[in-house]
Structures are given as structure tokens and as C-alpha cells.
Design a protein around this ligand. Structure first.
Ligand SMILES: NC(=O)c1ccc[n+]([C@@H]2O[C@H](COP(=O)([O-])OP(=O)(O)OC[C@H]3O[C@@H](n4cnc5c(N)ncnc54)[C@H](O)[C@@H]3O)[C@@H](O)[C@H]2O)c1
Length: 342
């Protein structure tokens, strides 16, 4: 059994607590939050899990092998570093940190200490994302032509980060997970707006150029009264539509697309022709992705291997986010990822 402590009992922390308690390899020993009453209310009156308001107390406990951190993004660097220095394996919420340089320091520290550092990119553990990855890697959609994600709803305006750092980590992580190994983001532009004067962008549009020449686009928004969570991935053979709000049909694979005429004579008359075909809806298991996150974290510790969304994947996501932040700060100019990572 791996002794686990969860730090952060706000909105997301209780989900870590619940899934940790449902993971046989993990033994939840502590829940830590600056607000003791909140931590106690998450556990309920009959729990034997200990409560603390002081993370140093938890890190000093030899029965704690690992920590799962669900505190605001600006606190991640200090908490993860302290946990690694105390010899604990770490699962930290997205984003890994608030800068690429800080993320790189943590990845190096974990490597030096031989500890697991995992970033909770929850969506990469959904059956839908796994199926998409399988289809793309097997060549089922043909050449990737576009990626378009809309992730909008009435969201909590975060006190520490804007909407790009809050919601776009999901899309950057999904892209990182599903793309073929030889295709990587190379540059971004980002535009944002703060129509309510909150002091941070609440609406943002992010364009990501990939090494294959393909353009990916992400729209994130905290101010939309309707919730939309749709990703469309267009291929030369098939197009995948992932509607995460449609449990009975999260994925639809359209055998439809646009063909370019090969014959030059034909080309003069019509540059493209439309191909109409079937729509396939794959049967996907309905399970909570966070359960799979916890299971992978535990197995990575036990087997001494990297989890699927390890520190490096957290770092690749940070490269996109930091480039986006720089673009946002410079009126939407194009920023090369290489300038962030080198
Ligand atoms: N994976 C996902 O789908 C997902 C969803 C929502 C939030 N998140 C992430 O989870 C993290 C937390 O978000 P949230 O919405 O739960 O925030 P929140 O503000 O609701 O909760 C954060 C909690 O951390 C506690 N805290 C802060 N500093 C602390 C410290 N030093 N020691 C102990 N406790 C401390 C606060 O008291 C608060 O209760 C963020 O990184 C966010 O991006 C991930």
C-alpha cells in the first residue's frame, strides 16, 4: 500500500480524495488544507483520515510515500518542490507550474531523486481521448488536417490565473497525447479579452501551428452561459467529433471529407469533391477518468516507470501555455515554442 496525502480540499481536491479512496493500491492517510473545516467536511465525521492545515507536517510523516496536490496553480512550484525534497512521489494538478523554467526545475528534481512526478491531465485518461489517439496512430483518419476545440461555459474566475492557464491546459494536453510522435507544436498566437474588467482574460483564442503545417485552434471562455465541450479533429480520410457532453455518443467518426481531384483536367473543373459516407459511433466504457489517473500514479510508483502524463508531458503543455501568455502580452504576435524550451 502506498501512503498518500492530498493537499487542497477546495473544488477539485474532493475528487482526488474520492478516487484515491477507491484505488486499492493507495492508502489515504492525510487531507491537508489551510481551511481545516473544509477538509473535515470533505472527509465526513467517521473518517480515520487525518487532517492538517500544514503541509510540512504531512511531508515529515514517513508513512506518506506520495502526495496529490490540488491547490491553486501559483502554489504548485513551492509545494511540489518541497514534496520532492522530502522524498515523496507527486501527482500535481494541471498546470504543472506557472512557468516553463519552474516546470523544468521540478522535472529535473524528480529525475535526480528517482521519484514519480505526474501532472493530472485528466482528459488524457478518458476513454474518448484514448480512442482518438488509437485511431490517429493507426492512420484511421488519414493525414491530420485540423484540430478545433471549444471549451466554454460559465466558469469560476480564478484568482491567480486567466482562462488560458485554467482551461487551455486540457486542450494542450489532449493535443500532446493524441498527436503522432513526429508532430509537435512549433508556434502559437493567442488573443484574449476581459470584458468585465476582472484583471485577467476571461475569453481567449489560441492558435497552435504544428510541425506538419497543420493549424490547431482552441477557444476557452469563462463567460458563456451555454456549456460546450467539443473537439473536431479533421483527417484526410475521416473526421472525429468528440462531444464530451453527450454520454451516449461522445465520439462520432465521420467517413466524410473532402477529396482533392488528382487528375489535372478534372482539377480545372472542380478543385475538390465531397465524399459522403457513414457515421460510426464507437462503444466506449463509461468510467471516471480520475480513477484511471490514480491507478496509473500508483502503478508508476510500484513499477518504477513513468506515468502516461508525466512531468515531461506537463512541461510540453507549459511550453504551449507560456508561448500563449507571451503572445497575449504582445497583442497576439506569433511566438515560437523553441524560444521557450531552449
Ligand atoms: N484536472 C481537472 O480537470 C481540474 C479541474 C478543476 C481544477 N483543477 C486544478 O486543481 C487545482 C485547484 O483548483 P480548485 O478549483 O480546486 O481551487 P480551489 O481554490 O477551489 O481550492 C484550492 C484549495 O487549496 C487550499 N490551499 C491553498 N494553498 C494551500 C497550502 N499551501 N496548503 C494547503 N492547502 C492550500 C485552499 O485553502 C483551497 O481550499 C488547480 O490547479 C486547478 O487548475 C483541475
Amino acid at each position: 500500500m502506498i501512503g498518500l496525502a492530498v493537499i487542497g480540499a477546495g473544488y477539485w481536491g474532493p475528487n482526488l480524495v474520492r478516487n484515491a479512496q477507491a484505488t486499492p493500491a493507495l492508502h489515504l492517510r492525510w487531507l491537508c488544507d489551510l481551511n481545516e473545516a473544509r477538509a473535515r467536511s470533505v472527509l465526513g465525521p467517521y473518517s480515520t483520515v487525518q487532517v492538517s492545515t500544514c503541509y510540512e507536517q504531512i511531508l515529515a510523516d514517513p508513512a506518506v510515500d506520495a502526495v496529490a496536490i490540488a491547490t491553486p496553480a501559483v502554489t504548485h512550484f513551492d509545494l511540489v518542490r518541497a514534496a520532492l525534497e522530502a522524498g515523496k512521489h507527486v501527482l500535481v494538478e494541471k498546470p504543472l507550474t506557472c512557468s516553463y523554467a519552474d516546470g523544468a526545475k521540478l522535472v529535473q528534481a524528480a529525475q535526480r531523486a528517482g521519484l514519480v512526478l505526474m501532472c493530472d491531465h485528466t482528459f488524457c485518461y478518458t476513454p474518448a481521448a484514448m480512442k482518438i489517439r488509437e485511431l490517429i496512430h493507426a492512420g484511421e483518419i488519414g493525414e491530420l488536417c485540423f484540430f478545433d476545440s471549444v471549451r466554454i461555459n460559465l466558469g469560476l474566475i480564478q484568482p491567480d490565473v486567466g482562462v488560458l492557464w485554467d482551461l487551455a491546459p486540457h486542450d494542450a494536453a489532449i493535443l500532446d497525447f493524441i498527436l503522432p510522435a513526429d508532430v509537435r507544436p512549433v508556434a502559437v498566437t493567442a488573443h484574449g479579452a476581459d470584458p468585465l474588467g476582472t484583471g485577467r482574460a476571461c475569453v481567449a483564442y489560441l492558435s497552435v501551428w504544428l510541425s506538419s503545417g497543420v493549424l490547431a485552434h482552441v477557444h476557452v471562455n469563462w463567460l458563456s452561459p451555454t456549456k460546450i465541450r467539443t473537439v473536431v479533429i479533421g483527417g484526410s480520410r475521416r473526421t472525429i467529433v468528440w462531444n464530451d457532453l453527450k454520454p451516449d455518443q461522445r465520439l462520432a467518426i465521420y467517413d466524410r471529407g473532402v477529396d482533392q481531384a488528382a487528375d489535372p483536367d478534372e482539377r480545372r473543373q472542380a478543385l475538390i469533391s465531397y465524399r459522403l459516407g457513414d457515421v460510426l459511433v464507437p462503444a466506449l466504457p463509461e468510467r471516471e477518468a480520475l480513477g484511471a489517473v490514480m491507478a496509473d500514479f500508483a502503478a508508476a510508483i510500484t513499477d518504477g516507470r513513468a506515468p502516461q502524463t508525466d512531468g515531461h508531458s506537463g512541461l510540453r503543455v507549459l511550453a504551449v501555455l507560456e508561448a500563449a501568455a507571451r503572445s497575449l502580452a504582445h497583442g497576439g504576435t506569433r511566438i515560437d515554442i523553441e524560444g521557450i524550451t531552449s
